[in-house]
Design a protein around this ligand. Sequence first.
Ligand SMILES: *[C@@H]1O[C@H](CO)[C@@H](O)[C@H](O)[C@H]1NC(C)=O
Ligand SMILES: *[C@@H]1O[C@H](CO)[C@@H](O)[C@H](O)[C@H]1NC(C)=O
Ligand SMILES: *[C@@H]1O[C@H](CO)[C@@H](O)[C@H](O)[C@H]1NC(C)=O
Ligand SMILES: *[C@@H]1O[C@H](CO)[C@@H](O)[C@H](O)[C@H]1NC(C)=O
Ligand SMILES: *[C@@H]1O[C@H](CO)[C@@H](O)[C@H](O)[C@H]1NC(C)=O
Ligand SMILES: *[C@@H]1O[C@H](CO)[C@@H](O)[C@H](O)[C@H]1NC(C)=O
Ligand SMILES: *[C@@H]1O[C@H](CO)[C@@H](O)[C@H](O)[C@H]1NC(C)=O
Ligand SMILES: *[C@@H]1O[C@H](CO)[C@@H](O)[C@H](O)[C@H]1NC(C)=O
Ligand SMILES: *[C@@H]1O[C@H](CO)[C@@H](O)[C@H](O)[C@H]1NC(C)=O
Ligand SMILES: *[C@@H]1O[C@H](CO)[C@@H](O)[C@H](O)[C@H]1NC(C)=O
Length: 734
Amino acid sequence: MGFGKLRWAVLLLPYFLPLGYSSANAVETRSWDESYALSHKVVSQMTVDEKVGVLTGVTFAKSKCNGDTHPVSRLGIPALCFKDGPAGVQPSKSVTGFPAGINAASTFSRTLMRKRGEAIGRELKGKGVNTWYGPSIDIMRNPKGGRGWEAFGPDPYLNSEGGYETIMGVQGVGVQACAKHLAANNQEHNRYNLSVTLDDRAMWEVYGYPYIRSIKEADLSSVMCSFNRINGTFTCSHPKLLANDGFLRSNGFKGFVVSDYGATHGTAAEIANAGMEMEQPGEFDPLVNGGGVFTEGGLKNSVLNGTVSNERLDEMAVRVLAPWYRLRQDVDYPPIDHAANVRSEEHTALAKEIASASAVLLKNAPRNSNSSSLTPGRHFGLPILRSEIKEMAIIGEDAKQPDLSLCNELVECTNGTLAVGWGSGGNSLEFLVAPADAITSYVGDSATIATSLSNDATAGAAAAANKDVAFVFVNARSGEWIQNIVHDQGGDRNDLELFYEGRQLIERVAAVCNNTIVVVHSVGPVFMPWSTHPNITAIVYAGVPGEQSGPSIVDVLYGNYNPSGRLPFSIADTEEAYGTQIVYDRTIGPLTLNYTEGLFLDYRYMEEHGISPRFEYGFGLSYTTFSYGSLDIRSNGSSKSVTFSIRNTGGVDGTEIPQLYLGFPEGSGEPKKVLRGFSDVAVRVDEIKNVTMTLTELDMSVWDVTTQQWTVPSGEFKVYIGASVKDIRLTGSF
Ligand SMILES: *[C@@H]1O[C@H](CO)[C@@H](O)[C@H](O)[C@H]1NC(C)=O
Ligand SMILES: *[C@@H]1O[C@H](CO)[C@@H](O)[C@H](O)[C@H]1NC(C)=O
Ligand SMILES: *[C@@H]1O[C@H](CO)[C@@H](O)[C@H](O)[C@H]1NC(C)=O
Ligand SMILES: *[C@@H]1O[C@H](CO)[C@@H](O)[C@H](O)[C@H]1NC(C)=O
Ligand SMILES: *[C@@H]1O[C@H](CO)[C@@H](O)[C@H](O)[C@H]1NC(C)=O
Ligand SMILES: *[C@@H]1O[C@H](CO)[C@@H](O)[C@H](O)[C@H]1NC(C)=O
Ligand SMILES: *[C@@H]1O[C@H](CO)[C@@H](O)[C@H](O)[C@H]1NC(C)=O
Ligand SMILES: *[C@@H]1O[C@H](CO)[C@@H](O)[C@H](O)[C@H]1NC(C)=O
Ligand SMILES: *[C@@H]1O[C@H](CO)[C@@H](O)[C@H](O)[C@H]1NC(C)=O
Ligand SMILES: *[C@@H]1O[C@H](CO)[C@@H](O)[C@H](O)[C@H]1NC(C)=O
């Protein structure tokens, strides 16, 4: 073998030492009952003006944060500070630029998702922020959707688990989370006026699904209603979503609903009575053609003339303050301090660990040193052995440090390496370390390095010719809004091609270097027709990894971190393979989108239509191999307990991501396979570990539109345990 076990065991050691965090920051919460009682008590002493103040933003310009409410100082109620996310604290200085939601998703690690939430929560609290506009649990309905990277991909279960862990982390340290955007907010073009035709089953099983566990088990503090309409009605005035018998409240939601910025249309009475509680940022926005409905007398006069009852006004104010009491933000909460430096060594290390854990190894050369494709003494593919590489090249605009002075909230670094998408969900990249710099510093004088840090293919090929290895960095970007045009594209991507002729760059380099290693930074799937090129010996899909991009990719490329990331979406060869479209309508008119695909997104659509993607959902390689065995399925009350074993059969320690896909009974109308479980299991060489996954009643249920209830369909369920949706290793049934 090209590398020794011992050396690897040593290199991988840090990976098995969990980062030690004290739980000293954990808050002891009040019960909802106690919080509601306190909230009732204080609201009962408020005037109508004071109640309206608690329910409205002070306008964007006057806000000390990204929107805050009016204080009621005589009763000890401060202005509540709201701040953007969901990739960290944003906009802000002296904070950590964490990997985006889609990268948290590709770790398939609940532990890392939770730690990420806790760390973001600590940074928010250090700045005195009461409520974080995150996580995003918007479904990546189409891979080109501009904001898809903010959330956890196209699968509802992964969004549910990612959202749950993030909220547990953030709220665990005492900061309110605001899950967004309810609902069907899946493209940027025409987002202010489009209406989604969404059937009831897709609402409950796909777009609403990610909210349910966080409401029931994480005591979610707030929810943001979206810009778009569903079935013609704006979501912020949609009783089927917000009213006491609507989606949120019927699932037990006890927090409050806040509007996206300018997403309120119609009268204050329509909106308040439909179930929305808080309007932000508290003014009309001509661009959105909405907002400012509660302010300037709208809500107050509606109460005075009786179109909004006093009871409803009280209910609204009580719901806004209840999470504040529940998380004890009324006791010694840090004051707003935007200058506070909330970075720490632990957070930097965690940002780097999550970025490494989210990197997906899509291709790797066989590492048998007797393989005919190998020249004796030279190593192909990954991991790179420093001792064997004397001459190397680093190629591509995407390897380079961007000019951070050109990056701002709305256009997040159009050039240089891609670390996060743009828009309100962007990130602080004040401390970004680019791949070229991190590799150069790691390599030291062990090799000579030729660089060509642009996408000029001729220059790239010249740098790569005859080198022992050429790293090619390429990217594809997207973000919020359609007004920012980057590479001829606004918000939603125009296509699934790499930016700046990245494809030509890769092909020209691969034509002259037989050890070409491609690293893709992207907001989502990109076409990879070059993946089978014989000179491309390895491909790493690194997503949007945040500020520790460079150091995290060094660890993966050089084997200090054994890759365990898995694709949280499929990478197909055509747009048609995804079964949905973006409608590029730039008008503000009433566009209607019919989500005719229902439950069939991404792998669910591809499996139904016999489409084989290039790299399937859940796929990712490791520097070791794993075998699966001993599947055992038992009933445990109304749940099922699924146990199996995993063995590390390769030469180095590593982490496997087993996935459980459920096959519902015939006739249930469900996709062939539905993700319902996953785990990250660290297994040492030759070790066998048992893994148990639980299928709850909800996991086995479908939404019955007639009875309006979750129902376990009768018939045979199939259980598929696999290393991806297609690489099924064990099958059982019950
Ligand atoms: C939208 O309309 C469809 C078809 O009438 C209905 O099944 C569904 O419940 C409606 N959804 C909402 C959120 O109103
Ligand atoms: C009540 O007040 C609101 C806000 O000013 C106004 O839009 C509405 O027309 C009024 N309704 C009645 C019945 O007076
Ligand atoms: C590689 O070749 C050497 C020498 O011919 C041989 O001893 C060894 O068994 C081979 N290893 C593998 C894995 O085929
Ligand atoms: C960004 O990089 C691309 C590819 O190297 C280049 O074509 C473009 O001119 C650059 N844009 C700016 C604003 O520097
Ligand atoms: C790979 O390229 C290197 C450098 O150009 C060359 O020395 C070597 O013979 C090539 N090996 C193969 C297997 O093509
Ligand atoms: C692979 O790289 C070598 C140079 O090392 C080159 O001669 C060969 O043509 C390349 N193969 C392909 C298919 O481009
Ligand atoms: C939506 O489009 C309709 C028709 O063009 C227009 O009357 C309405 O004002 C638009 N609504 C918003 C919020 O822009
Ligand atoms: C939306 O598509 C579904 C499925 O094709 C169809 O049954 C329904 O009539 C469509 N709704 C509208 C409003 O066009
Ligand atoms: C059975 O369910 C109970 C309650 O959910 C749980 O505590 C227990 O660990 C489960 N047992 C097995 C074997 O999964
Ligand atoms: C794993 O499960 C098998 C079968 O139930 C059992 O024999 C074995 O002891 C378990 N191993 C561990 C490490 O728990």
